[in-house]
Design a binder for this molecule. Structure first.
Ligand SMILES: [Zn+2]
Length: 453
């Protein structure tokens, strides 16, 4: 039998060996899981020929920053014909690239003119943005468009949004059970709740229901946010995770949407325990991180995938804040319960398994890079590199969203981490998933230019 090459020095055995306990029942799921572990182990040990390094003392390869920057710039250029299926996701393509570039330290404001020119025709006179020119407005594409406008910044970008039409459109999407459908006549899910609350908070959309919010009025609601937290509460599943709508399977991306939506609506230490079974949620969320891979899966019995570095990884700062309690009056970081997941494990998965040799990041070894995974893997890496906490100094102290605009971040010390200082990314706002200043600038401009309803 050929001897296995030794892992690079500095890597704990947790990340170099298969799990010690295995279920004797063999199914397609367990076979896929074992194959994924085998593939990841070569990368975690730093032994795959495509890994060029340099490797540090903990056996982790450097972040290939320049390659990822180049990849994302190229993702904003022309696409071959096969990409026609992405035509309904054009605001997303803009968002993923700009967010990834901002995380890597590039300045997204250089793209202002191009972004305004791209997004302007996608806005509909009846409110909201479609996925492309002439397409029906959708909450997901509107969310991506608003975040892209926030990142390029400036009065012209903020003023591009027809906020009066957006307010009326959101009213028509508001449902009798408190949630939002993603498009008029379309499905209702937790994405809709999160995208709507993000748009409302960043654009200072009036909370009072517009005249044509028929379903919400008939249910007795008075505002766009009435009944929303209660709706999210009904989306927690028997496993403790959060599903897209009541009664279906819990999923990492919906967990982030629900927890971020709650944390936009109120202070995490009050609103999350009030509407979620916290011990059960912690249990489900903890089970999403696998060893030896170090990355997160999105659902029970599924494989690790780099994009959950954000969807699951982004839940942790919100739960940590909920457990840490009220902000310190001094504005200093609070006494904290500490990390609730293995930051080192996730960093090893991201830097070891998700970087592709030509730039861009991926789901897992064997998959290709794309701008969606590049954006959310980098967002997850940034989240591991910072402590996120709230202060009493909100930029919008008198609004219902005071807590949402009070987040700060401080870097985790490199000495306590498996990456190098050169691998540090920009901290992102943990609810809006854009730079802190971009979120603040949009909110402040909209507050000083209110719409009258
Ligand atoms: Zn993915």
């Amino acid at each position: 039998m050929a001897t296995q090459p030794e892992p690079r020095p500095g890597i704990p055995s947790l990340f170099t060996q298969p799990p010690p306990i295995r279920d004797p029942l063999v199914t397609e799921t367990t076979r896929l899981q074992e194959a994924t572990v085998e593939k990841c182990l070569t990368f975690l040990k730093g032994l795959h020929p495509s890994q060029t390094g340099p490797f540090n003392d903990t056996g982790v390869p450097a972040l290939h920053r320049e390659d990822h920057v180049t990849y994302l710039y190229e993702s904003l250029e022309d696409y071959p014909a096969g990409f026609v299926a992405m035509d309904a996701s054009r605001p997303w393509m803009v968002y993923w690239a700009l967010a990834g570039l901002a995380l890597l330290g590039e300045d997204p404001t250089h793209f202002r003119e191009r972004v305004l020119g791209t997004l302007r025709p996608m806005q509909n006179a009846t409110g909201g943005f479609g996925g492309g020119h002439g397409q029906t407005s959708h909450l997901a594409s509107s969310y991506a468009a608003v975040l892209a406008l926030a990142m390029v910044g400036g009065a012209e970008a903020f003023a591009l949004v027809d906020r009066d039409a957006m307010w009326r459109w959101l009213g028509r999407l508001k449902q009798a059970d408190g949630g939002f459908s993603v498009t008029e006549g379309g499905e209702e899910d937790v994405r809709g709740a999160y995208c709507a609350s993000t748009i409302i908070a960043l654009l200072d959309i009036p909370l009072v229901l517009p005249p044509d919010a028929t379903k919400a009025r008939e249910a007795g609601f008075e505002t766009l946010t009435d009944g929303l937290a209660e709706y999210l509460s009904r989306c927690q599943s028997f496993e403790g995770g959060i599903s897209g709508s009541p009664g279906v399977e819990a999923h990492g991306a919906y967990a982030f949407c629900a927890l971020a939506c709650l944390s936009i609506l109120g202070a995490p230490e009050e609103i999350i325990p009030k509407h979620m079974n916290l011990p059960l949620l912690l249990s489900w969320l903890s089970a999403r991180q696998y060893a030896p891979e170090g990355g997160f899966s999105g659902r029970t019995n599924k494989l690790v995938d780099g994009c959950y570095s954000h969807w699951v990884g982004g839940c942790w700062p919100l739960l940590q804040s909920a457990l840490d309690g009220k902000p310190q009056p001094s504005g200093a970081p609070p006494e904290t319960v500490g990390s609730l997941f293995s930051r080192d494990g996730l960093d090893r998965y991201i830097l070891g398994c998700c970087q592709t040799p030509m730039g861009g990041l991926r789901d897992k070894p064997g998959k290709s890079a794309d701008s969606y995974h590049t954006c959310y893997v980098l967002t997850g890496l940034s989240a591991t590199q910072h402590h996120h906490y709230r202060t009493n100094a909100s930029i919008s102290p008198d609004s219902p969203f005071a807590s949402a605009f009070s987040w700060q971040a401080s870097p985790v010390a490199v000495e306590e981490s498996v990456y190098e200082s050169a691998d540090r990314l920009v901290a992102f706002h943990p609810l809006f998933v854009i730079p802190h200043q971009a979120a603040a600038n949009m909110r402040i401009w909209c507050e000083s230019n209110p719409i009258h309803v």
